[in-house]
Design a binder for this molecule. Structure first.
Ligand code: NAD
Length: 472
């Protein structure tokens, strides 16, 4: 291991035995008890709220994340999910009775929701606390045991997650394994009952391949280039605030941030000016001095963004950077085309390319043909335009007249589609991500009609046709 080297975190040679111990714990049946799950969720909530200060410190050390951003996106998001799960656990977990067709009469049919077993949760570094713990809430609620692998790049948060979860939970129930590629590779060789991965599309493929060897189901929460469209009728002041907030919070390192803009040519001048004013209002004349502006997580990520900007002759606003402090100013790129370097991959930094358009349908058709992004946004006062955008453009989830906020709702499933991932979570979907729905037909022995049994006869066929198709 690298910077995380420690005697405390388990070594690779022990991973298989940790998994076995979790399997045994799961088979033992304690996690089936809803009171047990509720208690563990309560521990987790108290653990987070009692350690708020440490969480702010870790996020500041890893990303220079301002406390308010940490509060909203790392702490409150998880606590809200815990409270929602605890309030609904009984309802989610109870067996559901469903109708039984006449052909199966006399019988009753049920769906039992049971925990899948032992799961692996792999988290990225950009929202390193929330993206490790939010899936864990679903796993605990569903009655699973879990191994959590935080990102080694956000090393302070990784260590804090290790410390907190190791204190709170029995190791056979929840274990944190810190580390990078070697540790994750070793974990992926083991047979889990579900793998929940959040990260890049590229590593998502590695995870899917490893999972395929054991036929392990996966949830893949990946990335992509998420567009935002600013129509000519949009409220430009509000749109600018919501775009700047969504793009530049966390130093632009947000999976659902608007990655690039399509602005109607009639308003691009006014809108760019509004973006400029908003940046000044949010971060002052020198964002490097702003306590509300985060830093790039690592030098390698800084260098990647630096290369992207190095070739950009279209810097309109920003562009200043400092490798030592991993600072990159909020940057707007004008005259962007689909061929521009910033349009080739997900940016994942504080850079916002602006393209213009004249016909909304042309934009919608281009997006319809592109890779399906994790998110997409439109700013318009025209309901028909918004509906057309929703109908024509494939994307994981998104907003009309806002950015990012859709993932704050426990009632909206959050996940990608196509290359931005598959499966979803938040609220009941988190519970279901770690649940097997077991179908059971309970048949009465009182009436045992012989039509389905051999020897097969013409009259039996007639009865079956009537029962199954409604006609002879
Ligand atoms: P990443 O894919 O590099 O790393 C994610 C995790 O995978 C880390 O824990 C890391 O240790 C592990 N990992 C890295 N390389 C590996 C390998 N070769 N084999 C096995 N494991 C490996 O992602 P990241 O850089 O941490 O995060 C950025 C990406 O994540 C962006 O693409 C972003 O859009 C995406 N993301 C998506 C969501 C979402 O909810 N859909 C949320 C946050 C980030």
């Amino acid at each position: 291991m690298t910077a995380l080297d420690s005697n405390r975190t388990p070594s690779i040679s022990t991973f298989a035995s940790i998994l076995e111990a979790q399997r045994a714990f799961h088979r033992d049946g304690q996690t089936r008890d809803l009171r047990f799950r509720d208690r563990q969720l309560e521990y987790l909530e108290n653990l987070i709220l009692n350690n708020e200060r440490k969480i702010y410190e870790a996020l500041r050390a890893d990303l220079g994340k301002p406390d308010q951003e940490t509060f909203i996106s790392e702490i409150a998001m998880v606590v809200k999910e815990i409270r929602h799960a605890r309030a609904n656990l009984k309802k989610w977990a109870r067996p559901r009775r469903v109708p039984t067709s006449l052909a199966l009469f006399p019988a009753s049919s049920y769906i039992y929701r049971e925990p899948v077993g032992v799961v692996l949760i792999i988290a990225p570094w950009n929202y390193p606390f929330m993206l490790a713990l939010s899936p864990l809430v679903g796993a605990i609620a569903a009655g699973c045991c879990a191994i959590v692998k935080p990102s080694e790049i956000s090393s302070h948060t990784s260590r804090l997650i290790y410390d907190l979860l190791t204190t709170a939970f029995a190791r056979d129930f929840v274990t944190v394994i810190e580390g990078g590629v070697p540790e994750t590779t070793a974990l992926l060789e083991l047979r889990f009952d579900h793998i929940f991965f959040t990260g890049s599309t590229q590593v998502g493929r590695v995870v899917a391949l490893a999972a395929a060897k054991h036929l392990t189901p996966t949830t893949l929460e990946l990335g992509g280039k998420s567009p935002a469209i600013i129509c000519s009728d949009a409220d430009l002041v509000v749109a600018a605030r919501r775009i700047v907030w969504g793009r530049f919070m966390n130093g632009g390192q947000t999976c659902v941030a608007p990655d690039y803009l399509y602005v109607h040519e009639a308003v691009v001048g006014r809108f760019t000016e509004q973006l400029r004013l908003t940046l000044k209002e949010f971060y002052g004349t020198d964002p490097e001095k702003s306590p509300d502006y985060a830093r790039i997580v690592s030098h390698s990520n800084f260098d990647r963004l630096d290369r992207m900007l190095g070739g950009a002759t279209q810097i309109d606003i920003g562009g200043q950077r400092n490798r030592e402090t991993k600072y990159i100013a909020p940057t707007l790129l004008k005259n962007t085309t689909l061929e521009s370097p910033a349009m080739q991959d997900e940016i994942f930094g504080p850079i916002l390319p602006i393209m213009t358009y004249s016909r909304l349908d042309d934009v919608l058709m281009r997006l319809r043909k592109s890779e399906k992004p994790l998110a997409a946004y439109i700013f318009t006062e025209n309901k028909l335009a918004a509906e057309r955008f929703i109908e024509l453009v494939p994307f994981g989830g998104g907003c009309v007249n806002d950015t990012v906020s859709h993932l704050g709702s426990s009632h909206l499933p959050f996940g990608g589609v196509g290359s931005s991932g598959f499966g979803a979570y938040h609220g009941e979907r988190s519970f279901l991500a770690f649940t097997h729905e077991k179908s059971v037909l309970k048949k009465s022995r009182l009436l045992d009609v012989s039509v389905r049994y051999p020897p097969y006869k013409a009259w039996k066929m007639k009865v079956l046709r009537f029962l199954l198709l409604g006609k002879f």
